[in-house]
Design a protein. Structure first.
Length: 348
């Protein structure tokens, strides 16, 4: 099982400026590369300070020049916000700039807030149609001349310029949760990326079953797709018995903020939105710090190793260290260093 870093600039107030946040992200990426991480992933989010990333592409292109071995993942491009020609060309350009280190993740989108502002209120639940049409079109554009006459996009003969270094295509990943998403990804020959969010490891088992079922249903796919599990991760020192609590409380704050944005009921102020109040989750034990201690990947190096072993035994190909958690940069860096120095050697 290999490891990757999932990271965004996080801004919770105006005490840290965007330039400093970017320098922090670069530092974490370079630390991950030196420590042996295989990929850095950056997603796409709009108008929200708590996950700052209007496009992963310029960030990954910059990181290509500041790194040499780590792969560069768009995790993920939101299909309804793009045109297939633009996805193909920009992803191929990233592959050229990085000399074949691009990984292309795609998703249908989740925040109705973004759909209200970028697509005139189109239901976010309709994003799956865009994803299913976009993936094969991008692959065809990478191969050469291609005209498209679909339900969503129509264009005359076009091609990707430039073409990607990796042939026949850079690795493509689909963010999946329900069985239909797993089935689509496998049928298209794409890898799968999943997150159990605040659910326990039983959810990882369930997601793996969906993935394995999709593989069994498509024996015509000759190259077995891979699966990546993304999970909030924080490692604390062995002698810090209460080291889990600040991380669990910070991740709880992150999820309550996610809830506020996902609920789409309050207008943000200059890109900021307060977390949903703790009282809202009085009957939701999965948001309690003690529960998040068990479900998020929080613990000492020995505890984290033990849980990751179970993921490896399930057949997880890549574990992604999701470092977004509302903690300060110094806490994130210390956690990542502990993971590199005390956890990763157990998997080499």
């Amino acid at each position: 099982m290999r490891f990757s870093l999932f990271v965004h600039m996080e801004r919770w107030d105006d005490s840290v400026d965007h330039r400093q946040l970017w320098e922090n992200l670069v530092e974490l990426t370079q630390l991950a590369e030196r420590g042996g991480f295989g990929t850095v992933w950056i997603g796409e989010h709009h108008s929200m300070e708590y996950t700052i990333s209007p496009s992963p592409m310029p960030q990954l292109a910059y990181l290509a020049a500041r790194t040499s071995t780590i792969r560069l993942g768009a995790g993920t491009i939101i299909a309804p916000f793009w045109n297939p020609i633009r996805v193909a060309g920009e992803a191929a350009l990233l592959d050229v700039i990085s000399d074949g280190r691009a990984e292309v993740g795609l998703a249908r989108g989740a925040y109705q807030f973004e759909f209200d502002r970028l697509l005139g209120g189109m239901p976010a639940t309709d994003g799956g149609k865009h994803l299913r049409e976009l993936v094969p079109a991008v692959r065809a554009l990478w191969q050469g001349d291609y005209a498209h006459d679909g339900e969503i996009w129509q264009f005359p003969t076009s091609t990707s310029v430039p073409k990607p270094v990796q042939q026949p295509t850079p690795p493509m990943w689909i963010a999946a949760r329900d069985p239909a998403s797993h089935d689509f990804a496998v049928a298209e020959g794409c890898n799968v990326m999943v997150t159990p969010l605040m659910k326990g490891d039983e959810e990882v088992v369930d997601l793996m079953k969906k993935f394995e079922t999709a593989i069994a249903n498509h024996p015509e796919v000759t190259r077995r797709p891979e699966i990546m599990v993304l999970r909030h991760t924080h490692v604390h020192a062995e002698d810090d018995l209460d080291g889990w609590r600040p991380a669990a409380e910070a991740i709880g704050r992150f999820y309550r903020t996610f809830d506020a944005w996902f609920g789409n009921r309050t207008t943000p102020t200059d890109g900021f939105l307060d977390p949903s109040p703790e009282s809202k989750f009085a009957e939701r034990p999965e948001f309690e710090p003690e529960s998040l201690h068990r479900t998020a990947m929080i613990g000492t190096p020995a505890e984290v190793i033990e849980r990751l072993r179970s993921y490896e035994e399930l057949g997880v190909d890549e574990y992604s260290f999701w470092i977004d958690n509302s903690m300060c940069h110094e806490d994130k860096r210390r956690s990542l260093e502990l993971f590199i120095n005390d956890v990763m050697p157990a998997f080499r």
